[in-house]
Design a protein around this ligand. Structure first.
Ligand SMILES: Nc1ncnc2c1ncn2[C@@H]1O[C@H](COP(=O)(O)OP(=O)(O)OP(=O)(O)O)[C@@H](O)[C@H]1O
Length: 699
């Protein structure tokens, strides 16, 4: 990294260097202290395990319980010390990155802001404040002057007098920069000009004010962010998760669910939370989660790839079906289906057994609709079945007493063993016949334990297979009929790439988890199937909703953004002023000549060490063909399944696998581009590039 501005008066610079030295010394002391703690806990655990093996006796359960508890406490202590050592090791390289000076009620104060907090020797004064603490929000305000922050005791008004940024690497001060406004943010420009790497990164040093207000928005209710490509939506959603976990740890630890569009994306973003010191969130794709909860075979669902390919290929039947499943009128169809099931899936009937009335049709109906009415319908069926079986058992047992009594009386009048044996045999035959009647009768109402949600949902299906668009409505319906339980508690849900979610994604997740605290992010410019984005109007599902719009993109150069804007729908990106190389626009007659062009482009990018590169095509077929044409000419990884990992530096993939990802350089290969005409796929592909974009048009 180049040395940045150190433009402070000498005395001020000396003060900062002294502070850094003091903080670094304290970090080293804490490292020593924690290392010794870790050693002691480790010794305890090793000793404990040795004793446990030596002293183990199979019948001493109580003693073992006691020791297990002790071990649990020590292992928790080990984890906490180990985690802190990891934090201290990061702090020793870069203890803080910001400082804010402010006056509050005429008292001057200042704080240093870093990735984690550090307390002084006496344990009273913070030397470094965690970026997620309420007071740290002052650092992320765009300008000096009047401001406020939310403290536990309420809103506190202050006057910000200084905002200073530091670049500290390997414990050394590399740059100091006093800034008033985010636009002139030299460090931000430095960060944005650097290479993308293979995973999404944290941005705590350069969070912008508009982003910070979303990250720190209150936990309750629903935050919806509709932002242009590269505006930092995913990044914000993950930083907000880290912020919420820090401030509501007891309530939220292991109770945050993050759902994204596919596994490539989940892997790409999977590093951000751990890099912020947070492990307490569950991450999955919506479809995988739905398939698990519905207990269906993923082979029964039209694959994600085939689905998007068919939509992009203009499959009218599938498009019409998808639009239907995304619309509110489909909720009416689903509700009618549920009501239909509830009004008679388990047909009421009289059941009698051993000449006894077990249940009348009227009672059956009353129990299902009234007495058990608060339960999901399928559970009511099971309850009713249990009740009928209980009554039958009573009747059977009574009958059995009668049989036993009858044979007991007869037995007393018999004198020979042979007669008694014959009688016992007759008794056993009668009892066996009784048992058989029970099993036969039971069959008559076995439908009460039949609850095949797929069989019911089929009535609304257009095709004889499920598409991705069926998963959310089917989840909604199944939960209503059966009651679905997640294997863990959820108290906050993050939905990424939510622009094409249907009402049922929100309704099902809310009803299954009972959670109304959501962070929803997406870009309505990136909808593969045009239409109204449900995420923009969630009033049908939630009461407390805060909508945000982000128009500024941090990802790409101005040249790339201007090129991408030619294909955007309604909103235009307001690019951050970061200039780069012009977009290369190339025409080719065939895929073969395109492959030659790409070989040249890649080699030029390699010469300037540009970093990661992706060749993006509209569909899989073109990606595969191009990949085989490029074999032997350039090395790259074909991403042709959503379970692929982004290991390497050059990739070739269809547009839909690149959603949410970014690369230093992108080569777009397309055959259908029309200038200045809305083309969402082109928009998605072009906005993946940070520094260089080449667009190859096949004639
Ligand atoms: N304040 C910031 N400081 C530094 N980098 C930032 C900032 N905000 C966003 N970025 C960077 O911009 C890029 C885009 O961020 P991100 O992927 O979160 O955007 P997005 O809105 O989710 O994009 P898309 O809609 O294309 O998925 C990332 O490299 C991210 O690190």
């Amino acid at each position: 990294m180049k040395r940045l501005n150190i433009d402070l008066p000498k005395a001020e610079l000396e003060k900062e260097e002294k502070y850094l030295q003091d903080v670094s010394e304290k970090i080293q002391e804490d490292i020593l202290e924690n290392t010794s703690k870790k050693q002691k806990v480790t010794e305890f655990i090793v000793e404990y395990r040795r004793n446990q093996i030596d002293e183990y006796r199979p019948d001493e359960d109580k003693v073992i319980d006691y020791f297990d508890h002790e071990r649990f406490v020590q292992e928790e202590a080990y984890r906490a010390v180990d985690k802190r050592l990891g934090e201290l090791s990061e702090l020793s390289s870069s203890p803080y990155f910001g400082k804010v000076g402010f006056s509050e009620n005429d008292t001057e104060d200042e704080i240093y802001v870093g990735k984690y907090s550090l307390i002084d020797e006496d344990g009273t004064e913070p030397l470094v404040v965690d970026w997620r603490a309420p007071i740290s929000s002052l650092f992320y305000k765009g300008s000096l002057g009047e401001a406020s922050y939310e403290a536990p005791i309420g809103k506190i008004d202050v006057d910000i007098t200084l905002r200073r940024q530091f670049m500290i690497r390997d414990g050394l001060l590399k740059g100091v920069f006093d800034s008033e406004s985010d636009v002139k943010d030299e460090i931000l420009m430095e960060v944005l000009s650097s290479k993308a790497g293979s995973r999404l990164k944290d941005i705590i040093m350069t969070i912008q004010e508009e982003q910070d207000s979303i990250i720190r928005d209150k936990r309750e209710g629903v935050v919806v962010v509709n932002g242009v490509a590269g505006s930092g939506k995913t990044t914000i959603a993950l930083h907000r998760t880290a912020y919420l976990l820090y401030n509501y740890r007891k309530m939220l630890e292991h109770k945050v669910l993050i759902l994204g569009p596919n596994n490539i994306f989940m892997d790409y973003i999977g590093h951000v939370l751990p890099s912020l010191g947070e492990e307490g969130a569950n991450q999955d794709t919506f479809n995988d989660l739905a398939i698990k909860l519905l207990e269906i075979d993923d082979g029964d669902v039209f694959s994600g790839e085939d689905f998007i390919e068919a939509i992009l290929g203009g499959d009218e039947e599938l498009i019409a079906d998808t639009r239907r499943k995304r619309g509110m009128p489909f909720k009416k169809e689903l509700e009618e289906l549920i009501a239909d099931v509830e009004s008679g899936y388990y047909k009421a009937r009289d059941i009698s057994y051993l000449e006894r009335d077990i249940i009348s049709a009227g009672d059956w109906e009353r129990l299902l609709t009234k007495d058990f009415g608060t339960l999901p319908y399928f559970r009511r069926g099971l309850r009713l079945k249990r009740l009928i079986l209980g009554r039958m058992r009573e009747a059977r047992d009574e009958k059995r007493y009668e049989i036993d009594a009858k044979y007991k009386a007869l037995r007393q009048s018999l004198s020979s063993d042979e007669e008694r044996n014959q009688l016992d045999h007759a008794r056993m035959t009668e009892i066996r016949a009784l048992v058989a009647t029970f099993a036969d009768k039971r069959e008559e109402f076995s439908d009460l334990s039949r609850h095949d949600a797929l069989e019911i949902y089929r009535r609304l299906m257009t095709f004889d297979f499920l598409t991705q668009e069926d998963l959310a409505p089917m989840l909604y319906m199944t939960n209503r009929l059966k009651g679905i339980k997640l294997p863990f508690e959820v108290r906050h849900i993050v939905l990424d790439e939510a622009q094409e979610h249907s009402p049922f994604h929100f309704l099902a997740l809310k009803e299954i988890t009972g959670c109304s605290s959501f962070t929803v992010v997406g870009d309505t410019n990136q909808m593969l199937l045009e239409g109204e984005a449900v995420m923009n109007d969630l009033g049908f599902c939630f009461d407390d909703i805060r909508y945000y719009h982000l128009e500024k993109s941090y990802r790409s150069t101005q040249e790339i953004m201007e090129y991408a804007n030619r294909f955007a729908s309604d909103r235009r990106i307001v690019p951050l002023v970061r200039n780069g190389r012009p977009v290369d626009e190339i025409s080719c007659q065939s895929l073969e000549t395109a492959a030659d062009e790409i070989t040249g482009i890649l080699s030029a990018y390699r010469d300037i060490d540009l970093g990661t590169c992706a060749i993006l095509t509209r569909d899989m077929e073109t990606a595969r063909k191009l990949h085989s044409l490029l074999k032997g000419k350039a090395s790259m990884k074909l991403i042709d399944t959503e379970d692929a990992f982004l290991t390497g530096s050059t990739y070739i993939m269809p547009s839909y696998y690149a959603r949410g990802l970014e690369f230093d350089a992108v080569v777009v290969v397309t055959d259908k581009t029309e200038e200045n005409k809305q083309d969402l796929v082109m928009y998605i592909m072009a906005t993946r590039a940070l520094h260089a974009l080449a667009s190859i048009k096949l004639n």
